[in-house]
Design a protein around this ligand. Structure first.
Ligand code: ZN
Length: 436
């Protein structure tokens, strides 16, 4: 997706202004990714660019309001102390929208990736996509106003949506649990309503990307982000790179069979992990076991969500049937996680998603207790189990960080005339142009 290294050789002829744009993003990315503020000399060393080039580029980035000077390097050494550079948080902003069948989360991130405004609303029970998209557009405008962000500094909107998606056309294909959604052109609909550039990606990929950028040690190396929402899914980061698959639809694990004696799934098989992880199924189990009262309308998402919270509360009160229902859920998921970890030789599984806060207390022990012989490489290295540190906003934060990445990460294709895709222009912020 991106690289910190400029290409050693440019094999095709290219315009000088494109090289300039590319090098600007290389320097900006080096500043973004550095754990500490960098001096111009350190930037030259990190990027392989000459001191003169760094001087010109940092002047442009300072003039554009994307970086700022922030103190001087302390310590000994020859010469005068070097001026340090860091991102200017207010330089640009990105909006992230996470569309889950039960909750819509919208955040505004500043250039450093900090959330400056957020709102969570229940997804309207009426499934009409138009109503929902209008609501999202209004929320975006409200949040931009509330955060007091100059609109011209909003580079774009990222949407994290349930798969499968058609990234090329910006279309949500057939999300499970959103009955009225079929081939909804979400990206263009939201672009038309807001006038802002819009990116669409899968919820689990956005979550994995957020973890990679903002999750600290959890986000390093190779991990799966196991998403627990109205559906389940897996976002993948292998060797520090977000993996998307051939059509950005990686991670559809909902139909892995976790309990052959389980309920019938809409795919025609029994006991799929997605079906047996749904709050609806768990609530139904709890009603049958007498933990929850009869009479819950299982077709009412909000009633099911409230009943699911009651089940988690009951399970938290100690051993008993409620606890057993959630422990069995954790054991089914542990089985799936082990298969993924074995297949991909992962360092870690990171759990998150709208259900995670409520389920976290019941997962640690069953998953840690999974027999070592099932996780085959455990004799070589341990499999770490973690919860996301980004909370319930992780999908929305991820969606916004994809916009920042897309806009401000070096993309070697900028150098190649003839590639038709959206490319960022640091010199013309807020506009994405189609290169052809
Ligand atoms: Zn299924």
């Amino acid at each position: 997706m991106s690289t910190e290294q400029p290409p050693a050789v440019v094999r095709r002829g290219t315009n000088l202004d494109r090289v300039g744009e590319f090098n600007d993003t290389v320097v900006l990315a080096a500043i973004r990714r550095a754990e500490e503020r960098l001096s111009r000399v350190e930037l030259a060393a990190a990027t392989g660019l000459s001191g003169q080039a760094i001087s010109n580029i940092t002047r442009r980035l300072l003039d554009a309001g994307l970086v700022r000077e922030a103190g001087r390097q302390k310590g000994g050494g020859l010469g005068k102390p070097r001026t340090l550079l860091e991102l200017e948080p207010t330089g640009q902003y990105a909006v992230g929208v996470h569309l889950d069948p039960s909750v819509v989360t919208v955040v505004v991130l500043d250039l450093t990736g900090q959330v400056v405004a957020r709102r969570r609303t229940e997804t309207p029970a009426a499934d009409d996509p138009g109503v929902l998209i209008d609501g999202i557009a209004r929320t975006i405008e409200d949040l931009i106003a509330e955060a007091d962000v100059p609109r011209e500094r909003v580079v774009g909107v990222g949407i994290a949506a349930p798969g499968p998606i058609d990234v090329e056309r910006g279309v949500v294909v057939d999300p499970p649990n959103l009955a009225a959604w079929h081939l909804v052109p979400l990206r263009d609909a939201l672009r038309d309503r807001t006038g802002l550039p819009v990116l669409l990606d899968k919820d689990v990929t956005a979550a994995a990307s957020a973890e990679k950028w903002a999750g600290g040690p959890n986000g390093r190396g190779s991990f799966v982000f196991f998403y627990l929402g109205t559906g389940v899914g897996a976002g993948l980061v292998i060797g520090d790179e977000v993996v998307r698959g051939s059509t950005s639809n990686v991670g559809e694990i909902g139909h892995v069979i976790a309990d052959p004696d389980g309920p019938l799934c809409y795919c025609g098989r029994s006991g799929c992990v997605g079906e047996t992880s749904r709050p609806r199924y768990l609530v139904q189990q709890a009603v049958q076991a007498g933990v929850l009262a009869q009479g819950i309308d299982l077709d009412d998402r909000h009633a099911v969500d409230a009943a699911f919270s009651a089940l988690c509360t009951a399970a938290g009160q100690g051993p008993g049937v409620a606890r057993e229902i959630l422990t069995a859920l954790a054991e089914r998921i542990a089985k799936v996680v082990e298969d993924i970890a074995n297949l991909l030789d992962l360092d870690r599984v990171v759990f998150g998603g709208p259900l995670w806060d409520r389920l976290a207390p019941f997962f640690d022990e069953p998953i840690r207790a999974a027999p070592a012989e099932r996780f085959l490489v455990r004799s070589v290295h341990p499999l770490q189990i973690a919860g996301t540190s980004l909370g319930a906003d992780v999908g929305a934060v991820g969606a916004a960080s994809l916009v920042l990445d897309h806009t401000f990460s070096p993309n070697p294709s900028v150098l190649l005339p003839g590639t038709a895709q959206l490319v960022p222009r640091v010199g013309a912020l807020g506009t994405w142009k189609v290169m052809s």
